[in-house]
Design a protein around this ligand. Structure first.
Ligand code: LRH
Ligand code: MN
Length: 433
């Protein structure tokens, strides 16, 4: 596995920032004056946004695809170590993505220390590890064709449980503190499986995974309304997810993947419910218009992303108990350079959070109390309509990152250099990774 050598030089970033810094300072001061008139201290907002971070999905730095096709790009990572190098470059340019979320067995290596050292060399840590019982691996004794944790065959369930426990052990070696479990288990025909028994099998299997969790770990259950099953999905919605997390115990929480809901679902209200009942484990941020499209965060409906962040900022302000969500991206980059998409998506999530911090919550509460619907909505919209880019750009400048990460990345020639370092590993294929 050839060690990728080209890195974006800090000098290049500093040079790219040189001309942009003076006008940025003026924009920051101007925004500061505007916010001051609204009773908001821009430096306090910058500090809070500076503590906000979102994890990168290792599976997102390669070109993604659909069941129809995947169109690989020159210079894309061919191994998890090259994926980590690209994650390091993203963090170097935006300084808002200090952790990665690995996926097993996609990221399996012979010596787990290689992964740990590669990440450490990039200044990266590990967020939740993801298990995978939605595909059959070469040489796998039993197939997941008809399910995994809910399969009718106890041996298949045991195989799936063992894989999740192996992921916990791998995660412990990496310093992770959580396991994300998404299963595609479900049916394509009415009558194919009994709904109650399927969920009972899920809970029985997950209880065994839960029992293997270290004391300071959490397990994130991820619901999804459909796909790969097209008639019923065992963990199809937040309600089923919540009930299972409650059944399993205090270490079990619900993970909200924004793309896993039927169109027009009020996801911010689901988030509020999970906060209220202290079962919000975390997020897979992305965007979608129809199904689980895994598009770039904020690309389709940035207002929805803001409304989700608004619930999170409100919970932080209120000091809600049990509130400690993990923030992760989960996207598939079929037509863009994944590094560019992940940088801009991390910034979109950061912007949505920064705007949510600008909401005048006492005024909002008063308007809500007085049933002044229009004023309440205006208070939210005025925060949403605020251009917070000077805040996040100033953060990047002060952290040694790029004021304009996209321009700095494109000017760096990183992808071209990687195309030379990483002769492509084969032609077109299909599938999300
Ligand atoms: C399922 C999902 C899950 C991952 C996979 C890559 O759609 O969102 O979180 O394991 O994508
Ligand atoms: Mn997901």
């Amino acid at each position: 596995m050839s060690k990728s050598v080209y890195r974006v030089a800090q000098d290049h970033i500093d040079a790219a920032n040189a001309d942009l810094a003076p006008p940025l300072e003026r924009d920051y001061t101007h925004l500061g004056e505007q916010l001051d008139r609204r009773g908001v201290d821009i430096d306090r907002v910058r500090e809070r946004v500076g503590r906000f971070a979102v994890a990168l999905p290792t599976w997102g730095v390669g070109t993604g695809g659909t069941r129809f096709a995947r169109f690989p790009m020159d210079g894309e990572p061919r191994s998890v170590l090259e994926k980590i190098a690209d994650c390091g470059t993203i963090h170097q340019l935006v300084r808002a993505t200090p952790t990665i979320s690995p996926h097993f067995p996609w990221d399996r290596v012979s010596d787990i220390d290689d992964l740990k050292q590669a990440a450490a060399a990039e200044g990266l840590g590990f967020d939740a590890v993801n298990s995978n019982t939605f595909q059959d691996q070469a040489g796998q004794p039993l197939s997941y064709k008809f399910g995994s944790l809910t399969h009718t065959d106890p041996d298949v369930r045991a195989q799936a449980v063992a894989h999740n426990i192996e992921c916990i052990e791998t995660g412990r070696a990496l310093g992770s503190k959580a396991l994300t479990v998404w299963v595609g288990d479900g049916t394509n025909f009415p009558g194919q499986q009994p709904f109650i028994e399927s969920l009972e099998r899920y809970l029985d299997s997950m209880a065994k995974v839960y029992a293997a969790l270290p004391d300071d770990w959490r397990v994130f259950l991820e619901h999804k309304h459909y796909e790969p099953a097209f008639y019923s999905t065992v963990i199809a919605d937040w309600g089923t997810n919540y009930l299972c997390a409650r059944e399993l115990g205090p270490k079990a929480h619900c993970l909200v993947d924004l793309g896993h809901h039927a169109p027009n679902t009020n996801i911010e209200m689901i988030v509020a419910r999970l906060i209220q009942f202290e079962k919000l484990g975390g997020f897979h941020f992305n965007d979608s218009k129809y199904g689980d499209d895994d598009l770039d965060s904020g690309a389709i409906d940035p207002f929805q992303l803001f409304l989700v962040m608004n619930e999170l900022a409100d919970a932080e302000d209120q000091g809600r108990s049990g509130f400690d969500p993990a923030y992760m991206l989960d996207q598939s980059h079929n037509v863009t350079d994944p590094i560019e998409s992940l940088m801009l998506s991390a910034m979109e999530v950061q912007h949505a959070y920064a705007r949510a911090l600008l909401v005048d919550r006492p005024a909002l509460r008063a308007a809500q109390q007085n049933n002044d619907a229009l004023l309440a909505n205006r208070i939210l919209k005025s925060a949403y309509e605020t251009n917070v880019a000077p805040i996040t750009a100033t953060l990047r400048l002060r952290k040694g990152a790029a004021i304009d990460p996209l321009a700095a990345y494109r000017q760096s020639g990183y992808r071209k250099a990687k195309a030379a370092e990483r002769p492509s590993a084969g032609g077109p294929s299909a599938g999300i990774v």
